[in-house]
Design a protein around this ligand. Structure first.
Ligand code: ATP
Ligand code: MG
Length: 448
């Protein structure tokens, strides 16, 4: 935000005794970096989300540091440092168990050009120029007031240039500067507003909400990789359900993950919501779900439509495989997922199609378990089983077989049930027929 200097107020500074941020709750590595910068004569502050979370009594995800030292000066202070990034060079200081990011204070880039009432496509572009600035300018270019607070290691004070302390107390997400301008500069901020609102249980300030209601379609102009990044961040923290409900409610999901938007249209009890709620419980319980598993949940209802075409005649050879591939590839392209990530997603869904029928043979189990996408498929299958009981019976025989493989035993596979035996209500295909092998199981076959 380039706000005229005279409009900016004096910063509010809370001395050490007036706030709850203590060095004991900051990671020792971040403290080390802060002190080394400080002793070398530079300004050094903890910035952004860490200050917000510490003031709220929450555990920060990471500790980002702002300084007036230039990237090369920072690098020279640390042997374990690497300068990265083309647009805004960041210094990553690497420790055995943590990376601390150090960024030089900078001011906001020039606001995007307006042509014919439309912002030009500078949003996805990356300007070359580095624009360093003062700590105050650095606070003003940030997204929300609660994300614009600094903790100064020189005197342990909290510095608020942007009104973040007040909004933190009131539980409000407010853009720094006018929301329409900030969202035009960077539409991803609309997603971030919803994400932090849900994550912190904060209300979105009225003007901000109105701006999203008017501008949600602008999200299509954001760089896909940045959208994907925010989606993954939103999925990871154990609050995915409220965040994605918020994204759906503000029409941002429709433009970022249309297949999830369609899945959400089934109402409050839609499978998508049950999947996200189940994943949240597990994450909060300490289970480690991979990023691919979490992303996969957004596409799972759509992929299940391809895998479980109930009541239809058996698909032509390779048709299910093609359908699954097409769905995953379209999403991967739209979100600019890496080749490896889309490969894992595609393969895990094809493996999932195996897991939804009883294992065919011991060899088949071994091949499945050995596949590099199996861990993702297995997590997705379990989340599906937990969220939708109708899928549980299919997983049972696989559980036993996989447990045996993991115990170093040969998998025991029950013989195929004879034709005519009562089957689960939702079984899609006939067992054992050539068609089956040619259909989804054929699809799974080529996942290996
Ligand atoms: P968390 O890491 O807990 O998700 P965070 O606030 O640290 O939250 P990051 O995505 O790590 O979020 O970003 C760090 C900081 O960078 C933010 O607190 C904010 O000040 C600033 N920031 C991030 N994204 C933007 C953006 N799109 N526009 C302006 N400032 C941003
Ligand atoms: Mg952060």
């Amino acid at each position: 935000m380039s706000e005229p200097a005279e409009l900016r107020r004096q910063p509010r500074v809370l001395a050490r005794a007036e706030h709850s941020v203590s060095r004991a709750s900051i990671s020792p590595n971040a403290i080390k970096v802060l002190y080394r910068l400080h002793r070398a004569g530079f300004l050094a502050c903890l910035v952004g989300g860490a200050v917000r979370d510490l003031l709220l009594g929450r555990k920060p995800k990471d500790f980002d540091i702002g300084t007036n030292a230039r990237p090369q000066q920072v690098r020279q202070l640390f042997r374990n440092a690497r300068v990265i990034g083309r647009r805004f060079r960041l210094v990553m200081v690497r420790f055995s168990d943590e990376v601390v990011e150090v960024a030089t204070f900078r001011r906001s880039p020039e606001p995007p050009e307006i042509e014919d009432g439309e912002t030009t496509d500078v949003l996805a572009a990356t300007p070359e120029a580095d624009e360093f600035g003062t700590p105050e300018e650095d606070a003003w270019r940030r997204d929300f007031t609660v994300n614009g607070l600094f903790y100064n290691i020189a005197d342990f004070s909290v510095i608020d240039h942007v009104g973040g302390l007040e909004d933190l107390r009131a539980g409000v997400i407010r853009t720094i500067g006018a929301p329409r301008l900030r969202f035009a500069e960077d539409p991803v901020r609309m997603m971030r507003a919803v994400e932090y609102g849900a994550r912190l249980g904060f209300r979105l300030e009225d003007d901000l909400s109105d701006a999203i209601a008017e501008m949600h379609g602008e999200i299509r102009r954001a760089a896909p990789a940045r959208i994907a990044y925010e989606l993954v961040e939103s999925l990871k923290g154990g609050q995915a359900l409220p965040i994605f409900r918020g994204l759906e409610g503000s029409n941002l999901l429709e433009h970022s993950v249309p297949e999830a938007h369609r899945a959400a249209s089934g109402g409050g009890d839609a499978l998508l919501w049950r999947l996200l709620g189940t994943a949240d419980e597990r994450v909060r319980g300490g289970e480690k779900l991979s990023e691919e598993t979490l992303l996969g949940l957004l596409f799972l209802p759509s992929v299940l439509d391809a895998l479980m075409r109930e009541g239809e005649k058996a698909p032509a050879p390779g048709e299910v495989e093609r359908d699954v591939r097409d769905r995953v590839d379209a999403a991967a392209l739209r979100l600019a997922l890496s080749n490896y990530r889309s490969h894992l997603l595609r393969s895990s869904f094809l493996l999932l199609s195996r897991l939804l029928s009883p294992p065919r043979s011991a060899k088949f189990v071994l091949r499945t378990v050995k596949h590099e996408a199996f861990p993702v498929a297995w997590q997705i299958a379990h989340l599906l089983g937990a969220a939708a009981p109708r899928y549980r019976p299919q997983l049972g025989p696989w559980e036993q077989a996989v447990a045996r493989v993991r115990a170093g035993l040969a998998p025991e596979v029950a013989p195929a049930r004879p034709e005519g035996e009562k089957r689960g209500k939702h079984r899609r295909r006939r067992r054992g027929g050539a068609r089956r092998r040619a259909g989804a199981a054929g699809a799974a076959g080529s996942a290996s």
